[in-house]
Design a protein around this ligand. Sequence first.
Ligand SMILES: [Zn+2]
Length: 251
Amino acid sequence: MKIKRQKQAKKTISFYKYNFSFREPFQILIDGTFCQAALKNKIQIKEQMPKYLMGEVQLCTTNCALKELESLGKELYGAKIILQRFQVRSCKHFKSPVPASECLLSMLEDTNPHHYFVATQDHEVTAGLKKIPGVPLLYIILNTIVLDKPSQSSLDHVQAVQMGELITPAQQQSIRSLKEEQGIGQNEGERRGKKRKRKQSNPNPLSCLKKKKKGLPTPSLKKTDGEKKRSRHRRRGKHGVESAPAAPVTS
Ligand SMILES: [Zn+2]
């Protein structure tokens, strides 16, 4: 069951990564109801969340969510202590706090631009969240954290984008055909091909040249010089010896 749950989570996370540009560290917006459920089920959010989502996470909440927990009294004191440890993200309600459900929904705006995951047990919030495309939803059920499957609005959004992409390739094809008519597309292809060929062929002659300059010529020059010098000296010496006796004879 655990493996199945993890597999499903992985699939869902990659859905959000690919279609909605979610990146680590994942921003997890948490409310009091989730903390209360975690407390009841003895789930350590800080430990379990990164394990389950298989990545770095940033746990955060809002001032409104904290204020609401405070107002609910002693029963939720433990949940408040947990929630207090998370980063407080600034919301629009700094002067006059609103119910956490209202605040969380406002944090996501229409498109979830900050890529929040939302962790809540509040059905009012989840119902609202499911209308916004690209909001991963986390809740606790049967002693475990569960990442909900993408909502219908998320799926619809992705489908709409894909439909848009289906139209653009047709436009791209017409652009390609226009380019081909003008010979631009072909040139690009040739250039790319040539570049690749050059990249492959270039290093070889360069490295060969370097080897010749650095490696081969210097030792060969030294050796040949030495040999030549020695041979010249020997020859000169021989000549010298030959010429030396000849000189006094002439003088
Ligand atoms: Zn707020």
